[in-house]
Design a protein around this ligand. Structure first.
Ligand code: BGC
Length: 752
């Protein structure tokens, strides 16, 4: 038996008592202790050390030159200069090796130890926090588990999977030695042209809130100082995702009511879920660049939402207030505007200009020391909360990285993310011995299922993808006992021999036509139209003209226009970006080894201008206007059938401020076991600000055997009935409401 040291007894008793007294007390105590430590440390810091903490640089600042293919990628002199001479508080990104790619986990661990060793040699031994864009898994660590991208995770309507993705990602990030994940994107995806639409959880506020907060909870646990947890970052605060012209980093024309109603709530929820950092909108809203917006960054974020963590700039965006936005008349003024607006850390990223200029600004009293102390306190606090001052050995690779369990979870997420949009005459599932002609530019690539932020920033380095993962074609070949013929080019851009497709069709039962997009993110992904390129349309027309049944599969981050193809195809599968296990998941569904249950997290437009979301306003379906998408939000078929009925509300008159219980039955009326997400919408019948025709307020996913039924109950809260009123405040108005599930509607009156 282990003996207890009497001297430690009081400590043990205190811990036990605080555990018994409840978590909140001990959390408060921890906070207090951290605040004291921060104050103490801050009191010892020089101006230079403080401003260094506010400086974040890219790996290149500490790395060997790009051309030099060195074994050791950190240049010790440059690291010394950054961490010791310039006191930098944070570093980000993957090394600029000749091909700017992911690294092995061993290299990452070695590099991260080198960085922390340098920090340990600084006067006050303040650790560096290393940040990485692990947006669907540990992007830049070779062979990490790369999940479906957020748009596809949203299509699962399964928050448990988002939670697990968070857990697994945090583990792999920490096993790689990194400590801060620039994820999750809490922007709302309502502009289908935007090249980062797929980084969002789709167009709906409730769905994105549930999926995003589940991810955060998995990633951070109750305490992100744990060796296998890490802080998340809410991106990109706020309004970034709604550029009027659809191009990345162009203005959003958003009034504050719309901003508060649709774009702010996910951030508010992310803050409540405990995310300690936000990254700032790289663009502008209503004429004010995100990095200069004091109202958003200080009044709303701090005073209203009570955010206590770090606001980090996006890439080079402080300098851009001068170079791009012409808001500042010099780089120095840009630094002043951004810091005074409320930014705590600058992702500079390539030099020490921010550091030099901010020191000058403090010395000339243009930026008060109190503002510096505030920013640095926030940074130090997150470093303490993340356990960085108490360094532990790096999380072991064995058992924490690319485990069989994690890969299986990923495959399940991929399966649940696939949306079966059309299945005429039960074309699907295919028989294993069917003869299949596979064609189209996305059939035999891994990159097209993963999107940007995969191995490289843009994600298109197909040659670097793990060879053991299967493309759609390869996964079909593995399962099929029939003849599988592939007609395609070796890469996305190589022309496909259309005549060969037509000739080969004769010898096959079905054509799998795999269309979509190559990979991209950010500005390189800007497009002029949602139309598919002509080469794909020509291929589709030729395939459809053969008279053989065509199953259309789309892969890519945006809903490219497929209307005329989808109308003639026998089956349509919308794959979006299902990640590394996407090929196998799609083959599982094609052959009926898995019963599809994904649902659209966005409205799939019929035409290029069809950018009306599902929660449109009455005026958008008035007179000549109509909501007429190719597939609506929430659409998704199964190989079985489900029915919902018996929608009931506990009372038809409800007093303000009370919760409302709603029940509904769901039944599997088909012949196969399957999962179904049941979606509950409400409509506020008349209000002082126009209300959407319907809004998702709750959902539940259930798995049912054939013939099995389940009664589901939902609780609507006063918040669910609220909206942003005329005076920009959230209010609830009495009156009539409708609740809708499936084909049923019930009503209630909310009384004062
Ligand atoms: C992107 C961010 C990303 C950052 C760091 C920026 O260009 O907008 O989403 O976190 O780069 O890589």
């Amino acid at each position: 038996m282990k003996s207890i040291n009497l001297q430690t007894l009081p400590v043990i008793l205190i811990i036990m008592l605080s555990v018994m007294a409840g978590r909140s007390v001990s959390a408060q105590e921890t906070n207090k202790t951290i605040e004291n430590k921060v104050k103490h440390l801050l009191s010892q810091m020089t101006l230079e050390e403080k401003v260094g903490q506010m400086t974040q640089v890219d790996f290149t600042v500490i790395g060997v030159p790009k051309e030099q293919n060195a074994e050791d990628q950190i240049d010790p002199a440059k690291l010394e200069d950054a961490v010791i001479n310039h006191h930098v508080g944070s570093i980000l990104n993957t090394p600029f090796t000749p091909d700017n790619k992911s690294q092995s986990i061993e290299i990452w661990r070695k590099m991260m130890r080198t960085v922390q060793d340098a920090a340990a040699r600084t006067r006050l031994k303040i650790p560096v926090i290393y940040g990485i864009d692990a947006i669907h898994g540990a992007t830049y660590t070779q062979n990490s588990v790369l999940f479906p991208q957020a748009i596809s995770m949203a299509a699962t309507f399964n928050p448990e999977l988002a939670f697990k993705e968070g857990e697994i990602t945090a583990r792999e990030v920490r096993a790689s030695g990194q400590q801060w994940n620039f994820s999750t994107v809490m922007d709302i995806g309502r502009q289908p042209l935007w090249p980062r639409l797929w980084e969002t959880f789709g167009e709906d506020v409730h769905l994105a809130t549930v999926m995003g907060t589940s991810y955060i909870k998995g990633h951070q646990g109750d305490d992100f100082s744990a060796a296998d947890k890490a802080p998340t970052c809410l991106k990109h605060y706020v309004g970034y995702s709604y550029p009027l012209n659809g191009k990345d980093r162009t203005p959003a024309w958003l009034g504050e009511r719309t901003l508060r109603e649709y774009f702010l709530p996910t951030f508010e929820a992310g803050i409540k879920a405990g995310s300690p950092t936000v990254m700032v909108n790289s663009s502008e809203v209503d004429g004010i660049p995100g990095h200069a917006n004091h109202h958003y960054l200080t009044t709303i974020l701090r005073k209203e939402l009570g955010f206590k963590g770090i606001a980090v700039s996006d890439w080079a965006d402080i300098e851009r207030l001068y170079t791009r936005d012409k808001m500042a008349s010099s780089p120095k003024e840009a630094v002043k505007i951004a810091v005074m607006a409320g930014i705590d850390m600058s992702m500079v990223p390539f030099d020490f200009s921010f550091y030099d200029l901010l020191i000058e600004l403090v010395k000339s009293r243009e930026v008060p020391m109190s503002r510096i102390d505030e920013a640095v306190s926030r940074i130090l606090k997150v470093k303490y909360q993340a356990g960085l001052f108490d360094p532990k050995p790096l999380l072991e690779v064995e058992g924490n990285f690319a485990t069989a369990d994690a890969i299986e979870t990923n495959r399940q997420a991929a399966r649940e993310s696939i949306v079966l949009a059309k299945n005429d005459h039960n074309t699907l599932p295919l028989k294993k011995d069917a003869n299949i002609l596979v064609t189209g530019p996305t059939a035999n690539l891994l990159s097209v299922m993963n999107g940007g932020w995969t191995i490289t920033w843009q994600g298109f380095a197909e040659e670097l993808y793990p060879q053991q993962k299967l493309t759609v074609l390869e996964a079909i070949q593995e399962k099929s006992t029939g003849q599988v013929t592939y007609v395609g080019g070796g890469s996305f851009d190589a022309p496909i021999d259309i005549q060969k497709v037509v000739d080969e069709a004769k010898n096959h039962d079905v054509i799998l036509l795999s269309l979509g997009e190559h990979t991209y993110t950010e500005t390189p992904g800007n497009i002029e139209t949602l139309n598919l390129d002509q080469a794909q349309v020509d291929l589709a027309n030729a395939a459809l003209a053969t008279g053989k049944p065509v199953v259309l599969l789309t892969l890519g981050g945006r809903p490219r226009i497929i209307t005329s193809i989808a109308e003639r195809a026998s089956g349509v599968i919308l794959g979006f970006l299902p990640g590394m296990e996407g090929g196998e998941a799609i083959a599982d569904i094609l052959y009926g080894d898995y019963n599809p249950n994904g649902k659209l997290p966005i409205t799939y437009p019929r035409n290029t201008n069809g950018i009306t979301p599902y929660d449109y306003k009455p005026i958008e379906s008035f007179e000549q206007n109509s909501y007429n998408p190719l597939y609506p939000f929430g659409h998704g078929l199964s190989y079985t059938t489900f029915e919902t009925n018996g929608l009931k509300i506990e009372k038809d008159k409800i007093s303000m401020g009370k919760n409302i219980k709603v029940t509904v039955n769901v039944k599997n009326t088909g012949t196969l076991k399957g999962k179904e997400a049941v979606l509950l919408y409400i409509n506020d019948v008349a209000a002082s600000v126009t209300r959407p025709n319907k809004q998702l307020k709750a959902f539940k996913k259930v798995e049912l055997n054939p013939g099995q039924a389940e009664s589901l109950s939902f609780t609507l809260t006063p918040h669910d009935l609220s909206f942003i009123g005329v005076d920009l405040k959230r209010i609830v108005e009495p009156g009539d409401f409708k609740v809708m599930v499936g084909n049923e509607t019930v009503s209630f009156t909310l009384r004062k």
